[in-house]
Design a protein around this ligand. Sequence first.
Ligand SMILES: [Zn+2]
Length: 72
Amino acid sequence: MSKPITKKQLSDFWCEEYAQKNHCCLCGNRGLIDTRGKVFTPAGFECGAVVFCICPNGRTWKKLNPKALENM
Ligand SMILES: [Zn+2]
């Protein structure tokens, strides 16, 4: 059984992998990632989604308004 990661571990991971010059290269600091209609498996299954980003903007948005994605 795995342990959930801590906020510090997530933040460190984001900084190491996805922070570019103090900006999020996943969402452009918007806090959202929308891959609908853009991401497909090799077999052609469309698997895009709109999700909160793992960056500080995305985490804050999710914390303040976890239902924000429901109407997107
Ligand atoms: Zn982001």
